[in-house]
Design a protein around this ligand. Structure first.
Ligand SMILES: NC(=O)c1ccc[n+]([C@@H]2O[C@H](COP(=O)([O-])OP(=O)(O)OC[C@H]3O[C@@H](n4cnc5c(N)ncnc54)[C@H](OP(=O)(O)O)[C@@H]3O)[C@@H](O)[C@H]2O)c1
Length: 272
């Protein structure tokens, strides 16, 4: 078993853990022996995963309902964790959303502010309220950014900006908290097959073609899996004890090589 008890009895918080990448983290950390507290807005998926994880072990799972746009909900998530387990060793800031693809003309300032509240300010708040406990355990924070924070993405300027903020927040916190023994690192997924990706594909004219394009964007010719994301996070939490402020790309090589990127070039094969 790849994750065999490498995080036994450590207490981990995963935001947005009911589905997708967060679910992959919950599953891998429970498999590694961790006591995992995870949250989302939707209770059904959360309770189902909690029951499945507790039946499976060897770690355990506790679901707490939390909307990341509510500071009170975030305080409750941290307080519930500490009341139940008395400590926090690792926080995985993962919950986030990708708004529909649009040009800047069709995005309002309020749209942007609401997105920042979920994708960036919530990461700051979880880190802020967990930090006193992380300092005691010399724990770590793992922040889910995105490959697009490095390379951009069409029709997604606010999302890309929110993820760039996450990567920068990591570096600044890594500097401030090094003296307290708290490590802060980023993981930046490329195309990972999750409900978010599937929902986005289903909003296009040709979902199957969109999915094939998603697979073929990687040198490795496939989507990443939620388990691969969980295992990367376990590596950062349990093994990468000399790493702070870094950014691991989980991208299957999508950022490498030249591509046919000139939007004015009608027939890209003409270059060949
Ligand atoms: N999938 C990719 O290819 C990819 C690539 C780069 C980065 N990412 C990043 O990875 C993270 C997870 O993405 P994913 O693809 O796994 O998404 P997903 O499949 O939509 O899962 C998102 C999780 O976050 C929860 N969530 C969303 N909004 C929330 C809120 N306001 N409060 C509390 N929980 C909330 C969802 O549950 P509820 O809806 O029930 O609240 C769910 O558990 C995001 O930050 C995303 O930007 C994903």
């Amino acid at each position: 078993m790849a994750s065999a008890l490498r995080y036994k009895d450590k207490v981990t918080i995963v935001t947005g853990g009911s589905k997708g990448i967060g679910q992959g983290c919950v599953e891998v950390f429970v498999e590694a022996g961790s006591k995992v507290v995870f949250c989302s807005r939707g209770e059904t998926e959360g309770r189902d995963l909690e029951a499945r994880m507790n039946a499976q072990g060897p770690g355990s799972a506790l679901f707490v309902r939390c909307d990341m746009s509510s500071e009170d909900d975030i305080k409750n998530l941290i307080n519930t964790t500490v009341e139940k387990y008395g400590q926090i060793d690792c926080v995985i800031n993962n919950a986030g959303t990708h708004p529909p693809v649009r040009k800047i003309d069709d995005i309002s300032a309020d749209d942007f502010r609401r997105l920042l509240d979920i994708n960036l300010v919530s990461y700051f708040l979880v880190a802020k309220y967990a930090m006193p406990y992380l300092r005691k355990t010399k724990g770590c924070i793992l922040q889910d950014s995105s490959l697009v924070a490095e390379i951009g993405q069409p029709g997604s300027c606010t999302y890309v900006a929110s993820k760039g903020g996450v990567t920068s927040l990591t570096k600044a916190l890594a500097i401030d908290e090094a003296a307290n023994g708290v490590r802060v690192n980023t993981f930046a997924p490329g195309n990972i097959w999750t409900p978010m990706w599937e929902d986005g594909a289903n909003q296009t004219r040709d979902p199957e073609q969109c999915k094939r394009n998603g697979e073929n964007a990687q040198l490795l010719g496939r989507f990443g899996t939620i388990r691969e994301c969980g295992l990367t996070c376990l590596y950062l939490a349990a093994d990468a004890t000399f790493c702070t402020g870094i950014n691991i790309l989980l991208s299957g090589g999508a950022e490498l090589n030249y591509g046919m990127k000139n939007p004015l070039q009608k027939d890209p094969t003409e270059f060949l």
